[in-house]
Design a protein around this ligand. Structure first.
Ligand SMILES: NC(=O)c1ccc[n+]([C@@H]2O[C@H](COP(=O)([O-])OP(=O)(O)OC[C@H]3O[C@@H](n4cnc5c(N)ncnc54)[C@H](O)[C@@H]3O)[C@@H](O)[C@H]2O)c1
Ligand SMILES: O=C(O)C[C@H](O)C(=O)O
Ligand SMILES: [Mg+2]
Length: 438
């Protein structure tokens, strides 16, 4: 047999009758695939689905095994071949779970009818009691139309669901917030605003996620104006907060002032424009920017930035470079200026890897895995919800950025996302800013 090199999991459906799994095992075994763990995912009356791990020698060997299983016929088929990342997503990453266990009829009557009716009456007579007797004030809608999923582009809301589930897991783990994905099948600002307004009563806040530009700007502005609750487009402001924090940390460590620095922003979409606006508001000496889209460039100019004609010119004239284009490898090592700070933030793949940027002479370099809005949005919403804030204001965002700077260890650009103190510090700074406490 060829040398064993890797393991894959095959999701295989068989009719729910004895003997069918044996046929699958035989087909795999005859080709010298080595069966490991077997997990039954679903048992239905008609068919059963199992996750079978198989060690294979190569991709070609794997394909032969898949073909052999499919060739059995008789209702047996391979639905998917997964790896460890896909496996971590099987069944989805989130699940709505009760906070009470119902063990007795007494419990049932307290948690459900008739007891619950009294709670409904309490809330009917004083709607603010919903803050105490429901989970609404601790629940945030994660709303996407799927038009700018990471740097993958307009792949639709369903394909973007793994990102939204990921944001929900981060909300839960870092801020104790229930995040509920809402997938919209429209990008029309009127319809998005109308839909979110009609569902907002079940939520304490709205996180807009991976909604592309330019429609994201109108959607966020209108929702902020029309709803009395925290609304934030993560890719704009969550990213801008974390970027400001990392730029401040880099400047502190280099002994330079942001107000003496020229910053170049590559990509002026949702993330890029918000980063530019925040850095300008924070007093950067000059904000330069470039985008392949003329309207995006005009937006930067309208907000006081300088549009630059070529990427080479931008790279050659700025002390700090931030890139949010979604285009992997856009920045070539030969474009990097010695001593530059380079934040290439596109996910899943950066415009230049930190290793390449540092090797080319950058003083500091990071990518979108390190400088990531995960450092911002959980704590920002925790703080806003704690303060019962009606809006997420600019001072709250600046407070969040400064809390991230304070949580950063010397020598680092940003804190470790698994360091729970950063999320607590951001939450507390945002809550204080919302309550105008210095
Ligand atoms: N690290 C983070 O926390 C973080 C947060 C938000 C977004 N991002 C990343 O930033 C990227 C953009 O996200 P977005 O929400 O701003 O998307 P977007 O679609 O709103 O903006 C992308 C912009 O880049 C421009 N662009 C594309 N190719 C270009 C090129 N070759 N030269 C110049 N401009 C170019 C587009 O015209 C557009 O204006 C994504 O890859 C996303 O993963 C990272
Ligand atoms: O999702 C992330 O990892 C960060 C950001 O929201 C992005 O769109 O890339
Ligand atoms: Mg995003």
């Amino acid at each position: 047999m060829e040398q064993v090199q890797f393991m894959r999991n095959l999701i295989i459906e068989t009719p729910s009758e004895p003997g069918n799994f044996a046929k699958v095992a035989l087909a795999i075994g005859q080709l010298e695939g080595d069966i490991g763990d077997i997990q039954t995912i679903k048992v239905g009356t008609l068919s059963t689905i199992r996750d079978i791990s198989v060690q294979c020698a190569s991709e070609v060997h794997l394909q032969r095994i898949v073909d052999a299983v499919n060739a059995i016929g008789e209702g047996i088929s391979v639905h998917a071949v997964t790896d460890e990342v896909l496996q971590a997503h099987e069944g989805g990453k989130i699940h709505m779970k009760g906070r009470m266990e119902i063990r007795s009829l007494g419990d049932l009557r307290r948690v459900y009818t008739p007891g619950v009716a009294n709670v409904c009456e309490v809330i009917k007579n004083d709607p603010e009691q919903a803050d105490y007797f429901t989970g609404i004030s601790n629940t945030v809608a994660i709303v996407t139309d799927g038009t700018a999923i990471l740097g993958l582009g307009n792949i639709g809301p369903v394909a973007g669901m793994p990102v939204m589930e990921g944001k929900a897991v981060l909300f839960d783990q870092f801020a104790g917030i229930s995040g509920i994905p809402i997938l919209l099948d429209t990008s029309n600002p009127d319809q998005v605003v109308e839909t979110v307004k009609h569902i907002h009563k079940g939520f304490g806040g709205i996180l807009l996620e991976d909604i592309g530009s330019p429609h994201c700007f109108e959607i966020e502005e209108r929702l902020k104006a029309e709803l009395d609750m925290p609304v934030m487009h993560d890719d704009q402001h969550g990213t801008a907060v974390v970027t400001l924090a990392s730029v401040l940390s880099a400047c502190n460590q280099e002994g330079v002032k942001l107000s003496d620095s020229v910053v170049g922003q590559i990509g002026l979409g949702a993330a890029g424009l918000a980063i530019s606006r925040m850095l300008m508001a924070y007093g950067v000496k000059e904000m330069r920017g470039i985008d392949q889209n003329e309207v995006a460039c005009e937006r930067l100019a309208k907000h006081g930035g300088t549009v630059i004609d070529t990427l080479d010119e931008l790279m050659a004239t700025c002390d700090i470079i931030v890139a949010t284009t979604g285009v992997a490898g856009l920045i070539k090592p030969e474009m990097v200026k010695k001593g530059q700070i380079i934040l290439a933030l596109s996910n899943p793949n950066a415009e230049i890897t930190p290793e390449d940027a540092l090797a080319a002479g950058a003083a500091f370099a990071a990518d979108g895995r390190q400088v990531n809005n995960v450092l911002g949005f959980p704590g920002i919403f925790r703080g806003a919800l704690n303060a019962k804030a009606k809006k997420i204001t600019y001072p709250m965002l600046i407070a969040a950025a400064l809390a991230i700077v304070e949580s950063t260890k010397p020598g680092d650009l940003v804190p470790h996302p698994l360091d729970p103190t950063v999320h607590l510090n951001v939450a507390s700074a945002v809550e204080r800013a919302a309550n105008h406490i210095e």
